[in-house]
Ligand binder design. Structure first.
Ligand code: SAM
Ligand code: SF4
Ligand code: SF4
Length: 338
């Protein structure tokens, strides 16, 4: 298994299957217009499957499909079926849930068992404000469909923005408990795409823990998370809540994740400005050994600790502004896969 320059193994892959999205979350896609990657530049299912095989050969055991909105990729269950047959310990998918009503069962039947749905609010008005589309009813209906389809280990991911949805912490904890899902709060990150990021809008891990302590009683930390980004806490009522403190307490030291964007760019960090053009390697007729050698070489050179470096900045603002993102759209979170 390859190690990077900080002795971190390569164990996990976030694989983006599309850069398109049917929402426009303020913290991810706040602009009015986006240019999409041409379809001919997207990795085909055969290429995606091959990429996963080559990562598995190097020791990767966890793959998470993401986007953009992954459910927009045509025939996604067919890809899931192929990937579910591979030697992985974990095949997971992160979705905004809008299209789950029709896709939950086909995805489950294709072999997917780990599903994370992003849900920031239970209020229609707040949803429209935050995601700029009137789709909350479809997300909630999609969650219901996911339960009916058989997804018993649902996760919900919530990004809190102060003054927007942070008054809903308790309501979201209760909603997750009723659904039998594990809720994870993700700190608002200053990643590419978050052009309106503002430190004051971040509800930090520390603040969240103290708010939970006052409303529900002291959260009790559960044992070590290994390389998983979420710290897990048990609340006195029995619910488990995760916190991903990527902004105030980053965990780059344990980061074992590579990312491949929908157009086949290999990134070694969410914040990386450089990538390796895997698509060209794949389409140039390289054999499996050559593809693996590329992956291994990139990983061996890896030094990234993007979120830690951001946390050390004295003055912190958005990673990039809208003009920079037009020139470097590959920095966008929806493009490289969140
Ligand atoms: N569209 C899918 C979804 O929303 O679940 C998958 C892709 S989305 C980029 C993956 C995750 O990244 C979502 O849970 C989203 O909330 C999170 N995300 C996007 N921008 C973020 C930001 N600026 N800070 C923290 N999390 C962010
Ligand atoms: Fe929102 Fe996910 Fe779409 Fe980004 S990719 S705008 S987080 S739904
Ligand atoms: Fe990993 Fe980069 Fe995120 Fe740090 S910032 S945890 S190195 S992806």
């Amino acid at each position: 298994m390859p190690l990077d320059r900080r002795s971190r193994p390569l164990r996990a892959l976030r694989l983006s299957v599309t850069d398109r999205c049917n929402l426009r979350c303020q913290y991810c896609m706040p602009e009015s217009k986006y240019d999409w990657v041409p379809r001919s530049e997207l990795l085909t299912f055969e290429e995606l499957s091959r990429v996963v095989d080559r990562f598995i050969a190097l020791g990767v055991r966890k793959v998470r499909l993401t986007g953009g909105e992954p459910l927009l990729r045509a025939d996604l269950p067919a890809l899931v079926k192929t990937l579910a047959g591979k030697a992985l310990e974990e095949l997971a998918l992160t979705t905004n849930g809008v299209l789950l009503r029709s896709l939950a069962k086909p995805l489950f039947d294709a072999g997917l068992r780990q599903l994370t749905v992003s849900l920031d609010t239970l209020s229609r008005t707040t949803f429209v404000h935050l995601a700029r589309r009137d789709e909350l009813h479809r997300v909630l209906d999609g969650l219901d469909a996911a339960r009916t389809a058989g997804f018993s280990r649902l996760k919900l991911d919530t990004v809190l923005l102060r003054g927007v949805n942070d008054h809903e912490v308790d309501a979201l904890v209760d909603f997750a408990a009723q659904l039998g899902a594990e809720l994870r709060f993700i700190e608002y990150m200053d990643v590419g795409g978050a052009t309106r990021w503002d430190r004051d809008q971040v509800v930090t891990r520390a603040e969240l823990l103290s708010r939970l302590a006052s409303s529900r009683g002291s959260p009790h930390a559960l044992p070590s998370r290994g390389s998983a980004p979420a710290e897990r806490f048990a609340l006195p009522g029995g619910q488990i809540v995760g916190i991903v403190a990527s902004t105030t307490q980053p965990f780059c030291g344990a980061c074992d994740r590579a990312r491949v964007s929908a157009d086949g760019q290999l990134f070694t960090c969410l914040y990386a400005t450089e990538s390796t053009d895997l698509r060209t390697v794949l389409r140039s007729g390289a054999d499996d050994a050559a593809v693996e050698a590329t992956l291994e070489r990139v990983w061996n050179r890896r030094v990234d600790r993007g979120a830690e470096a951001r946390a050390e900045l004295l003055r912190r603002g958005p990673l990039a502004d809208a003009e920079q993102l037009k020139v470097m759209p590959q920095l966008e979170m929806h493009r490289r896969g969140g």
